[in-house]
Design a protein around this ligand. Structure first.
Ligand code: SF4
Ligand code: SF4
Length: 344
């Protein structure tokens, strides 16, 4: 092995660093969204996080129609439509960023930048004072951060050495060995459990839930043995026409109730929101939930009641999100929407 290869820094592909988050663990947090996910949830609220590869998005409201990007793509992946819209052939685009550099108004954006651990660490340490004041910390989310284990472990280790609270937000679909390597550097695990029926799980996400459930047991057992009670939160996205069934919520509750006692401190039922429609548009994709109405407060209260009757400690069940703003959420405006971790 060459000297260069031996000392090559560990790098990871990061989608975004989002500051001042209050929903991804205790206190005020900075959430790092990694790029790449093994699941393909049909309702995904972060479609730009699914592919591990860099992707270009076009933000129409920033485009002044200058055509500086026209003909610049070395792969002829970028064309301009009759209405002035930028069309990117996803099959041809390799995310080289040439068109992004040519655009004078940031209407073209490259999603997914490589960071070394040291670079990201020094960026995150800028927020140290508010972590300390609020008892917050860093949450690693995605995408699915366990897909980049070497980078994630190295980063978490550095954060822990500095006494910073760390949270891992995971969909649970990863090799168990990877999970067990990451857990020693994690103070809190936010674990998605979306659908209890294995067939429906495949239908909604493209993968079985078998590994996810077995990894949940491994996580809960690890927490019982090595950590403190309450360091595992479960999050369930409540999606109209998909996961919002009584039998699903009851089944997930029974699954949680079978975990070691007091290992789960919180079970969140996360109400569907439709704020991410523009993200699909920018990636040139259609979203099958674009016209789906929000759930009502009554529906969320009913499912919360089902959850509380499922065998778990009722005091750990909460619903989150804003179903009561039905009819106002999808305005069609193109201002950037915040990413949501978990419940994706
Ligand atoms: S990122 Fe590169 S390959 Fe993709 S459209 Fe722009 S110039 Fe072409
Ligand atoms: S270079 Fe940017 S602003 Fe100009 S047409 Fe292309 S996307 Fe629009």
């Amino acid at each position: 092995m060459s000297e260069t290869a031996k000392t090559a820094p560990i790098t990871g592909r990061v989608l975004e660093i989002q500051r001042m988050s209050t929903e991804d663990g205790p206190g005020i947090r900075t959430t790092v969204f990694m790029k790449g996910c093994p699941l393909h949830c049909s309702w995904c609220h972060n479609p730009e996080s699914i592919s591990h590869s860099p992707q270009v998005q076009w933000i129409a409201s920033r485009c002044i129609g200058c055509r500086m990007c026209e003909h610049i793509c070395p792969r002829q992946a970028l064309t301009i439509g009759d209405g002035g819209e930028i069309i990117i052939s996803r099959d041809l685009c390799r995310g080289c960023g040439t068109c992004v550099e040519a655009c004078p108004t940031t209407a073209l954006e490259l999603l997914g930048r490589m960071w070394t651990v040291d670079e990201l660490l020094s960026e995150l340490l800028k927020d140290l004072s508010y972590f300390k004041k609020s008892k917050g910390g860093i949450t690693l989310s995605g995408g699915e951060c366990t897909m980049q284990p070497e980078f994630v472990i190295a980063l978490l280790r550095e954060l822990r050495e500095r006494g910073i609270h760390t949270a891992l937000d995971t969909c649970g679909l990863c090799r168990t060995e990877v999970l067990l390597e990451i857990l020693p550097y994690t103070d809190l695990v936010l674990y998605d459990l979306k659908e209890i029926d294995p067939e429906k799980h495949i239908l909604f996400t493209g993968s079985s839930n078998e590994k996810i459930i077995s990894n949940l047991h491994v996580t809960a057992e690890y927490i019982r043995e090595h950590m403190f009670p309450g360091e595992l939160w479960i999050r369930t996205p409540v999606i109209p026409g998909a996961t919002d069934r009584d039998d699903n919520i009851r089944g997930i509750g029974e699954c949680i109730a079978a975990l070691p006692e007091k290992s789960v401190a919180r079970w969140e039922l996360c109400a569907f929101n439709n704020l991410c429609g523009d993200k699909y548009t920018r990636l040139g994709k259609k979203w099958e939930f674009a016209q789906t109405p929000l759930l009502t407060t009554e529906q969320m209260e009913h499912l919360t009641y089902i959850a509380q009757q499922s065998g778990v400690d009722p005091s750990i069940v909460f619903f989150t999100g804003s179903p009561q703003v039905s009819g106002t959420a999808h305005s069609g405006n193109e201002s950037p929407q915040p990413r949501t971790s978990g419940c994706r």
